[in-house]
Design a protein. Structure first.
Length: 465
């Protein structure tokens, strides 16, 4: 019996030795059964939740290998059912797929073999237990965070203008021998709080987002977060925009505004806004950075600007009809700073929208002041793309890729074409067994055992050709 091993742990705070312990238990079980471990397929997923199968490269590799012909292993050893998945539907789906490929899964801790007839109800039972663990854990974490918020603590995350100060209990021991942390308080950061106060004052005077960002960048004020899509770290209008919307700066903690739910199609978590009646508001006066008068003045100006210039529809390319026609927005790269080129001006009805570098236009940290009209850029780029597409080398490359894909599909079709003969033979054997049992009942009379066996053969799926 050739075996693969699949270990997994879900949290990046867990020890890497958890993987080693799971592999060790699976090896010990295989040794007791005189089974062979295929070392190439001892694959693990580290720091990945079992709530979904998305992003679990090791598991995907094992399933793909099981579907290959010939398959490299006969079983997959897993330490515990929760290591495979913490969702009943995912667990049963994975097991059925592997069973179809002729590969069983053995769960060492529970002693469950998915190739046995009693495996499915056992897996459904353990799957519900594993799934309920996540539900209960989420409820406990949410309840604990609510308690921290009501006491004026920070439930998690960082906020510009503040320092996270853990509160330690010297009478209790936490992880790694350190004192246990009972909560996290926010303390005002001296330098960052002055930047926040200055941002509010500039907004109250009517200074725009781009001007504020350029002023902070020109003075070398460190930006709150490192860049994701550009080389340099700088303030941008989006970071400036969110500051006056954070009520922590007025000494109010607003919690439970959103909840994260997992998309069943993609397996990814998305944030959704909760009803306002579920929001929790707690006064924390020691967090205040701006006065109430300054806060109200900035909010009034923001509301006035939204009424005059706010987008009436959805954002992004769905905001207006013109926005849908910006073919290359975000696809071009600035040769000076590496930022993505976008439409920076002229989104009016005349059609003179211009592409340019946002780091120069909105942040003032790039020297590339070049712009080009949208219509001219698109004509030039589309003509260049057309020339490259009809190039002989491009055509040869496309033909080669098509031929490779056709060969791959034809091989898969040939592999499947051999299966009907095997299935016909299996069906003939089942019919023969059923006929023998029926003859035995006719000769010997009523028999509960024979009737039960005949019923089992009768519920086998029918195969049509």
């Amino acid at each position: 019996m050739r075996c693969a091993i699949y270990p997994r742990y879900s949290c990046d705070l867990q020890r890497d030795s958890s993987i080693e312990d799971q592999i060790r238990k699976c090896r010990e079980f295989a040794s007791s059964q005189n089974w062979t471990i295929v070392e190439e397929y001892v694959l693990c997923d580290s720091a990945i939740s079992g709530a979904a199968t998305t992003g679990r490269k090791a598991l995907d590799t094992l399933i793909s290998a099981a579907a290959s012909n010939p398959r490299p292993f006969d079983r997959i050893l897993v330490d515990d059912t929760s290591r495979l998945a913490r969702n009943v539907a995912d667990t049963l789906n994975i097991i059925e797929r592997l069973r179809f490929y002729g590969v069983g899964v053995t769960f060492v801790s529970q002693g469950i073999d998915t190739l046995q007839k009693s495996a499915r109800p056992l897996m459904a039972l353990h799957g519900m237990i594993d799934e309920q663990f996540l539900v209960g854990l989420a409820d406990k974490v949410h309840r604990g965070q609510e308690g921290r918020v009501l006491k004026g603590f920070n439930p998690g995350g960082k906020c510009y203008g503040y320092i996270n100060a853990p509160i330690e209990d010297l009478t209790r021991q936490g992880k790694y021998g350190r004192p246990a942390v009972t909560g996290v308080m926010l303390k005002i950061h001296p330098e960052q709080s002055q930047v926040v106060l200055r941002r509010f004052e500039m907004a109250a005077r009517g200074v725009g987002l781009a001007r504020i960002a350029k002023a902070l960048n020109a003075e070398g004020v460190p930006a709150p977060q490192p860049p994701k899509t550009r080389a340099m770290q700088a303030w941008c209008p989006s970071a400036i925009r969110v500051i006056p919307r954070n009520e922590r700066y007025r000494g109010v903690q607003v919690w439970n505004r959103t909840q994260k739910t997992r998309n069943p199609e993609t397996g990814r978590k998305v944030s959704k806004v909760r009803p306002k009646q579920d929001w929790i508001r707690v006064e924390v006066p020691e967090w205040r950075i701006v006065t109430e008068e300054l806060w109200n003045a900035v909010q009034a100006r923001n509301e006035d600007m939204n009424r005059k210039f706010g987008a009436p529809q959805k954002g992004g390319m769905s905001r207006t009809e013109n926005a849908r026609s910006y073919l290359f927005s975000g696809l071009l790269i600035c040769g000076e700073c590496g930022s993505r080129i976008v439409i920076i001006s002229g989104q009016g009805k005349r059609g003179y929208a211009k592409y340019g570098c946002p780091s120069h236009r909105y942040r003032g940290v790039c020297r590339n002041a070049l712009t080009i009209r949208r219509d001219r850029l698109e004509v030039q780029l589309l003509a260049a793309l057309e020339q490259r597409i009809i190039d002989s080398r491009s055509i040869e490359y496309i033909i080669q890729r098509v031929n490779d894909e056709l060969r791959k599909r034809m091989k898969e079709h040939e592999d499947r074409a051999t299966r009907p003969d095997d299935l016909r033979h299996a069906r003939q054997q089942l019919h023969a067994k059923a006929q023998h049992i029926a003859d035995a009942i006719a000769d010997a009379g009523h028999s509960a055992t024979l009737l039960s066996t005949l019923a089992t053969l009768g519920v086998r799926p029918r195969i049509a050709f």
